[in-house]
Every structure is written in structure tokens, then in C-alpha cells.
Design a protein around this ligand. Structure first.
Ligand code: ADP
Length: 478
């Protein structure tokens, strides 16, 4: 396959960096260079923000039903080209093909969902008595910046850019340096469909060089960031400079809590999905298995058996799980397994690269048992296929352990006792609670964190509030 040449996409044009610098993009399954991308910096960000600013009044004043039609058409185009998109995503990120395809279709779904919202996000009329008429207008923010991570490259663009554009904002996207391809493939489709220049702009490059100037830019009216807590903090500081709103979706250390009345095999199957999906590189991964004493043996037996069957391989061979995204990520995951062992956890399975894989950043499904809730492997986000198993006795103890971390993104509960399920749902500090099916929900359901997992909600109707501001109009009528 020939190596791709990628440029920025600004004002509906393909343009290289002002500096003419580029960087290499690697396929994590083969460690080979698959693309050269423009290495953006503050100068390119400046151009992109100017382009989005010029486009804003045009797009804001485009009839909502016309914005809707364009966004819907974009969703349809993605569906038609889902196989191509899936292939790009697979070689760029290491995702298995089938998984990549599901994420691409989900991106189409975001576009369709928010296309439907463009002409339906109503304001209110507020009763002030006979002397006034009062109503609210929901107005777009202006230019929104979207700083995107590598674990769901196109899907997260769909998740935040679709509601932003639906509400009349224009966007500047900074994809992760590991995975810039599909953000630009999306631009190709938008160009074909006739989106006005400057509505969607992409600046590729590294976080500090391109992401940081974007987050600091006074011409940006709102920032959506998904990524690490450390960078989230930097983004929030940068946004504070100009008093700009931010949506932060940061890390997680989410529990999957199995009570002894649950079916052990179902619990094991859900845990396999919770921790190994996308090779564990999911902010909402279920990375702590909290299992009640009486059912532990049965769950672990089924879990180890199922984990052994997980096929690890190159993305294009469509295994169950692909490689980690980069060598850096591989070293980090390996490092955490060593930390866990030193802390006294017992390695039940995996813990290293599968023997048959010489190249690529592959890591075996890994289970650490006898984990204490205060160990680092039970507190810190690993972002790999590494599960920490913690035993508990009572419901109160389960809740205390589940909530005893700095994060609060999601939580899974496996029980057949409805009262217990609902008590847990109330008590858990998490933005989403899954009862009896991990990752239950979809594009329609609000998603986001408690505590250091961030704030603001993405997905569903809730996300529209991030991309609008309310203006109240009070009119004296006599
Ligand atoms: P991860 O640790 O998962 O790679 P990061 O938080 O480092 O996540 O990266 C998520 C996104 O944030 C990427 O697009 C990255 O380039 C960008 N980024 C990293 N550092 C900064 C920064 N200082 N300012 C703005 N964006 C950044």
C-alpha cells in the first residue's frame, strides 16, 4: 500500500503546514509508516480559527432544516463508505475491522441523530403575567474546538462535531497525532456534499504544538476535550484565560460489580467485554472487577476460560482485540503489570506480549487477582487489557470500594435483585450505570463523568446544551 500524504483541511482547502513540517503515522499492528501528516502549529491553528470565524455567521444563519439535511446526508455518505472508513481506522488505530466498522456506523448515527435535532431544540416561553412576553433563544456559541484522542478517532468527532454543527457552530478539530486519517476522510465527504467553507476545519499535529494553541486561542468560543486528566487540566486553564466553556471527558477506573445472585457465566462474559474491548483503551472500560465472596470462584473460572479464548492479532485480520496504539502505550501497560505484582497482586493470566507476536504493540488479556482497593493498579487508569479483581462481602463495602477512586465515569452492576440494583444505581458516583449489561446505552444516552472523570455531558439530547447559550428576551407589552 502506498503511503498517504495528509494535509490540514482549512476553508475547504487541503493545505500543508506553514512550516512545511510533517510527522509519521504508524500502523500499530505492523509498526510501519502508513502516512505523513502535516505537523501543525500556532500558525496553522490561526488560519483554521480564522476560517471557522468567517464561516460562523453564514452557517449560523443557514436554515436549521438545511443544516439538518446536510448533516443527515453526511451520515448517509459515511454509511455508504463504511468499509473504506473502517479500513482506515483499523490500520491507523489497530482496531479490529468489525469493531472499526461498528464505530463508523455509530458516527453516522450521531450525524443522523443530531441532524434530527437541528430544527427541534426549542426555547421556552416564560409566564411573567399580563404586562410582558418573555421567551428564550438558544444560540450557538460560535467557533468550537474539538481536541480528540486516538482511541475512537472518527467516532468522537461524530459525537461532538455533529451536535456543534447542528446547533449552528463552526468547528476546528485537532485529531490525535496517532490517528489523523479519518478526520480528513470525513472532510472529503463534506467537501463533496457542499458544506460551506470553514464550517469544518482540521489541523493535524501534536498536542503541545497544535492542541495547546487551539485551546488558548481567543477566537475559540468553546472547547470539547476527551483525553487524560493532566491534559484536561491544561485545557481548562487555557480556557480560563478567555472565560470559555469546556466539556471535559477524562479518564476512568470503572467498576463492574458482581453480586452473588448473578449468573456467573453471564458476569464473566460481560467482564470480558468490559475490559478487553478496544484492547482496554476505552475511558469507560470496566477495569476493576468487584466480586462478592460467595460467587468469586465460579466467576473467575468462567472469566479465565473466556479470556483465554480472546484472539489477539493484527487489525486487518479482524481478531477479537488488536494491538495497543503505540509503543508508549505498550510500555505503560507493561509497567502497570509489574507495579501490580510488586504491590502483591497475583497474576492469573497474561501480563505480556503474546509469544507468537514479534512485531506490533500486542498485549495479552491480563487478570490480576488479590487486588487491594488502595493499590495503584486499583486506583490509576491503565488503558490496556488489564483487569484488577477485588473481593467484597457486603453491598455497603462494594459501594465504598466502587466510589473510592478519583474517577467516576461509569459503573456496571450484575444482580437479579431489583432493589439492590436500584440502590447501587443511586449510590454509585458515575455518569452512567449499567445494570446487567456493561456498555448498555447508545448514541442517545447522556455520557460523562463525576469527579475527575470530567463534566459536561456528551451524547443524546444533553449534548446540545454544550453547544448553545441561552438568551432571554423580555418584552414589555403595556
Ligand atoms: P492520551 O494520554 O490518551 O494520549 P492525551 O490527553 O495526551 O491523551 O491526548 C488527547 C488529545 O489531546 C490528543 O489530540 C493530543 O494531541 C491532545 N493534547 C495533548 N497535549 C495537549 C496540550 N498540552 N494541549 C492541548 N491538547 C493536547
Amino acid at each position: 500500500m502506498s503511503i498517504l500524504e495528509l494535509t490540514h483541511f482549512i476553508d475547504n482547502h487541503w493545505i500543508p503546514s506553514v512550516s512545511e513540517e510533517r510527522f509519521a503515522v504508524i500502523d500499530p499492528s505492523t509498526e510501519e509508516v502508513i502516512a505523513w501528516a502535516a505537523r501543525g502549529d500556532a500558525q496553522d491553528v490561526e488560519r483554521a480559527v480564522q476560517s471557522a470565524r468567517r464561516a460562523f455567521p453564514v452557517w449560523r444563519d443557514t436554515k436549521p432544516r438545511e443544516r439538518s439535511a446536510l448533516l443527515y446526508a453526511l451520515g448517509q455518505s459515511i454509511r455508504k463508505q463504511a468499509d473504506d472508513f473502517a479500513r482506515w481506522e483499523a490500520i491507523d488505530s489497530g482496531k479490529p475491522l468489525a469493531r472499526a466498522r461498528r464505530e463508523i456506523l455509530s458516527t453516522a448515527r450521531y450525524l443522523e441523530f443530531y441532524a434530527g435535532a437541528a430544527d427541534k431544540f426549542y426555547g421556552d416561553t416564560i409566564p411573567l403575567g399580563p404586562d410582558y412576553v418573555d421567551f428564550t433563544l438558544r444560540e450557538p456559541l460560535g467557533v468550537t474546538a474539538h481536541i480528540v484522542p486516538w482511541n475512537f478517532p472518527l467516532n468522537m468527532i461524530g459525537r461532538s462535531v455533529a451536535p456543534a454543527l447542528a446547533m449552528g457552530n463552526t468547528a476546528v478539530v485537532k485529531p490525535a497525532e496517532q490517528t489523523p486519517i479519518t478526520a480528513l476522510k470525513l472532510a472529503e465527504l463534506m467537501l463533496e456534499l457542499g458544506f460551506p467553507p470553514g464550517v469544518y476545519n482540521v489541523v493535524t499535529g501534536y498536542g503541545e504544538e497544535a492542541g495547546a494553541p487551539l485551546s488558548r486561542h481567543p477566537g475559540v468560543d468553546g472547547i470539547t476535550f476527551t483525553g487524560s486528566v493532566e491534559v484536561g487540566r491544561l485545557i481548562m486553564r487555557a480556557a480560563a484565560e478567555h472565560i470559555r466553556p469546556v466539556v471535559l471527558e477524562l479518564g476512568g477506573k470503572s467498576p463492574i460489580i458482581v453480586f452473588d445472585d448473578a449468573d456467573p457465566d453471564h458476569a464473566a462474559a460481560e467482564t470480558v467485554k468490559a475490559i478487553y474491548s478496544n484492547t482496554g483503551q476505552v475511558c469507560s472500560a470496566g477495569s476493576r472487577l468487584l466480586v462478592q465472596e460467595g460467587i468469586k470462584e465460579a466467576v473467575l473460572e468462567a472469566l479465565v476460560e473466556r479470556s483465554r479464548q480472546v484472539r489477539v492479532g493484527p487489525a486487518l485480520e479482524d481478531p477479537d482485540i488488536g494491538p495497543l496504539v503505540s509503543d508508549e502505550q505498550y510500555q505503560r501497560v507493561q509497567g502497570y503489570v509489574e507495579i501490580g505484582k510488586q504491590e502483591g497482586a497475583r497474576l492469573l493470566l497474561g501480563g505480556q506480549r503474546p509469544a507468537e507476536r514479534e512485531r506490533g504493540f500486542f498485549f495479552s488479556p491480563t487478570i490480576l487477582d488479590d487486588v487491594h482497593p488502595q493499590m495503584r493498579i486499583a486506583q490509576e487508569e491503565i488503558f490496556g487489557p488489564v483487569l484488577a479483581v477485588i473481593t467484597f462481602r457486603t453491598e455497603e463495602e462494594a459501594l465504598e470500594i466502587a466510589n473510592g477512586v478519583q474517577y467516576g465515569l461509569v459503573a456496571g452492576v450484575m444482580t437479579n435483585d431489583i432493589g439492590r440494583a436500584l440502590r447501587m444505581a443511586r449510590g454509585l458516583q458515575a455518569g452512567q450505570v449499567f445494570i446487567n449489561e456493561y456498555f448498555a446505552g447508545g448514541e442517545e444516552t447522556p455520557f460523562g463523568g463525576y469527579k475527575q472523570s470530567g463534566f459536561g455531558r456528551e451524547k443524546g439530547w444533553e449534548a446540545l446544551y454544550n453547544y448553545t447559550q441561552v438568551k432571554n428576551v423580555a418584552i414589555r407589552i403595556r
